[in-house]
Write a protein that binds this ligand. Sequence first.
Ligand SMILES: [Zn+2]
Length: 467
Amino acid sequence: MSREGAIQRAEEHFDGGEFLEDLARRVAVRTESQVFEERREEMDAYLVEMRETLERMGYACEVLANPSPLAGPLLVAERHESEGLPTVLMYGHGDVTHGQEGEWEADRDPWSVTEDGDRWYGRGTVDNKGQHSINIAALNCCIQERGSLGFNSKVLIEMGEEGSSPGLRDFARQHRERLAADVLIASDGPRIQPDHPTVYTGTRGLYAFDVSVELRDGGHHSGNWGGLISSASVILVNALATVVDKRGQIQVPELRPDESLTDSVRNALGDLNVDGGEDGPEIEPDWGEESLTPTERVFAWNSFEVVAMIAGDPDRPQNAVPPKARARCQLRMVVGTEATDIIPALESHFAREGYPQVRVTPAGRGDMKATRLDPGHPLVQWAVNSLTETTGKKTDILPNLGGSLPNDVFTDIIGVPTLWIPHSYASCSQHAPNEHALKSILREGLCGMTGLFWDVGDGKMPGSIAE
Ligand SMILES: [Zn+2]
């Protein structure tokens, strides 16, 4: 009974084909959340599959209703071993994006796993069925080797993440006690470098809003009135140009997260490079915050985007002074910028700059809070050391993903520190045809997670009190 023994079980489980068998069975369940109404039975079937797996591992399972009618039920599984032992919460989502049948290379079927070299193609192989399957298999390897986990384990599986997790926040509030834990250890998204493990501890937030100018009801002839009455479109573009400069640098002091760019964040990002993968665009060194490295720009700073804008009808323009103009904007923000502060900050900014006509209103779509556990937190260092011990490789630390996940459910509602250990890479084509996992990452991930859970059972996880 040893760490090595548990990891050897993980290797055998993977190499012997059992992991692939489990994954293929899960990929075959068409859990597309964008057509949720047509997929209710599949959503239930996926939870039956996961419930059977977890019950065989000694978990008490319950499928609970979602407080929102817009997504399927949730599975809560618990293996309680003893009071006084740490509790690890795990999360995964069993829903996937559209299968996009017919659009895959070599006419591959999204609902079966097909192998090609190091790739396993199939919808959900990385997002997220493959990733939570790895973690559950790792727990099982520990149980098989030790006869128990040596800690208490809870697993939460939702079926609505691809539709922005309807009901998940209310569910977490209702079942806060039941989901209480010392740490969240979960997997989603990509590693920053495919051949090294990554630990990330949070997410950037997202806040969408409209910046608009409405001056009068109708347009007036630009020949007769241009130069005499104000133009909504000219005011709007000038106002926006006071928010971001020509290289995209944010000019509003309240929206610049200077204080959260600490030495520990800088150190963690120090030697990392952003790698968009083979199909990604070239990074432009002259775009974004000049004093920061490209890695800091995306992982440690805010970015302001005008995602769409309109004045008049660009396809059928009138010779008129536009009475109205509107831009849909968004801020991707790191810890240090609160969503509730964004509109007041912009309102006072526009007042200072002399744009009393400009209005800022929430778009109310897909907003997410920024989350982060300090990269210097003992839990982060512990996880990094454990993964490095197992894989023999340097483990990269990201303070947060550039994108967003419902991680605030865990950090803010349940109140646990969060460790995310992704088992995919940037070019995996998630949310597109040809989604695939890399076998080498899955295998290494399975071994890494087995070692990590083994170490929790050995009492090596540091006291997990949220900061
Ligand atoms: Zn996804």
